[in-house]
Design a protein around this ligand. Structure first.
Ligand code: WQD
Length: 340
């Protein structure tokens, strides 16, 4: 019998894909989510796609007693995947106190509730954003931690809180640093549903769907082959599988810290992503070149070799599959999970 997994933020973009994957693998799943940036509809669709039931609680991690209630109702929970948090870089710069309060206090409540119920295994959703402006490319896990915005600081601080928790209470935690998650489940039933798209690919697909007017390339004068920014895009389904592999790694090594980059190791420019999307979309995508976006780096790609070696995990989807699945989701759900 597999463990019961608690998934915080399980109704969100990466959370819903991972929940689907967990159910497919035979795990029992308890999702908690405050639905601030997510919809319960994603979980209904996950149940429909898998033919399996999950348990959902609308809980905000800022309410610690609610976390205790969930844990006492589900004494079989042994491991946790912690996605819940605010994640928009620009918003975090405009309202840092909200970001620090939500991401740090929420995580502290979760960790305290888990410690008090003797649940000491976790997979944490971190980000390549902790590397800030990288000094070498591709970036491996030894690179310095130097975030450049409040959101990135919350991720770096939570990593530190986790390391101290491991040392003091003998926890086992896998920290996954995601590069640029994109794409959607092959069914087109679940996907990324931002109220306003801050990231490149959802922006492009919304323009292609006619929801927005045109894509602006944020600078084409970078020292990259075509002048536009280069990133390491990772298919969300590959990312979901990395979490399953991380749970396996916790079974093998129940205590201590494990830290992995999750990317493909390949970089694609903004122009390459636009071309790849144009090739799968049957309508023109209006594009203009604008100035650089403050805080952007020219290039950020991962060295994922540690995850390959230790987790036996490899990304299987290429850029074409990333954009095709993103477009499939977008064209099937022009308004995301909202009816209109
Ligand atoms: C990708 C490239 C832009 C939009 C962010 C966060 C990071 C992580 C992932 C969570 C860049 C260019 C973008 C547009 C563009 N999130 N771009 N026009 O900035 O690499 O990473 O999301 O952890 O923390 O910072 O991703 O998708 O915003 O940008 O030209 O309309 O696309 O300049 O080169 P980014 P992104």
């Amino acid at each position: 019998m597999l463990n019961t997994i608690l998934v915080t933020g399980g109704a969100g973009y990466i959370g819903s894909h991972t929940t689907l994957c967990l159910l497919e693998k035979g795990y029992e799943v308890v999702v908690i989510d405050n639905l601030a940036n997510a919809s319960k509809e994603s979980l209904k669709r996950v149940e429909k796609l898998t033919g399996k039931k999950l348990t959902f609680f609308e809980v905000d991690l800022l309410h610690e007693t609610d976390i205790h209630k969930v844990l006492s109702c589900h004494p079989n929970i042994r491991q946790v995947i912690h996605f819940a948090g605010l994640k928009a870089v620009g918003e975090s710069t405009d309202d840092p106190l909200r970001y620090y309060h939500n991401n740090l206090t929420g995580t502290l409540h979760l960790l305290r509730a888990l410690e008090s119920t003797n649940i000491r295994q976790m997979v944490f959703s971190s980000s390549a954003t902790v590397y800030g402006y990288p000094t070498t490319i591709p970036v491996n896990e030894h690179a310095p931690i130097q975030p450049t915005n409040p959101y990135g600081h919350t991720k770096a601080m939570i990593e530190q809180i986790i390391l101290d928790t491991i040392a003091a209470y003998n926890w086992g935690v896998v920290i996954l640093r995601y590069f640029n998650p994109v794409g959607a489940h092959a069914s087109g039933e679940i996907g990324e549903d931002p109220a306003y798209p801050n990231n490149l690919l959802p922006y492009i697909t919304q323009v292609a769907a006619g929801v927005r007017e045109k894509v602006t390339i944020f600078g084409d004068d970078y020292p990259t082959p075509d002048g536009s920014g280069v990133r390491d895009y990772i298919h969300v389904v590959d990312l979901a599988h990395a979490h399953i592999a991380a749970l396996g790694a916790l079974d093998k090594q129940p205590t201590g810290a494990q830290l992995y980059n999750v990317g493909t190791g390949k970089g694609y420019s903004v122009k390459e992503v636009l071309e790849a999307t144009q090739a799968v979309v049957d309508r023109p995508i209006p594009v203009e070149v604008g100035p650089r976006r403050a805080g952007d780096v020219a290039e950020l790609t991962s060295d994922p070799s540690r995850a390959h070696a230790a987790l036996g995990w490899n990304a299987k989807h290429d850029l074409k599959e990333m954009v095709r699945s993103a477009w499939h989701w977008q064209s099937k759900n022009p308004h995301g999970y909202r009816k209109q």
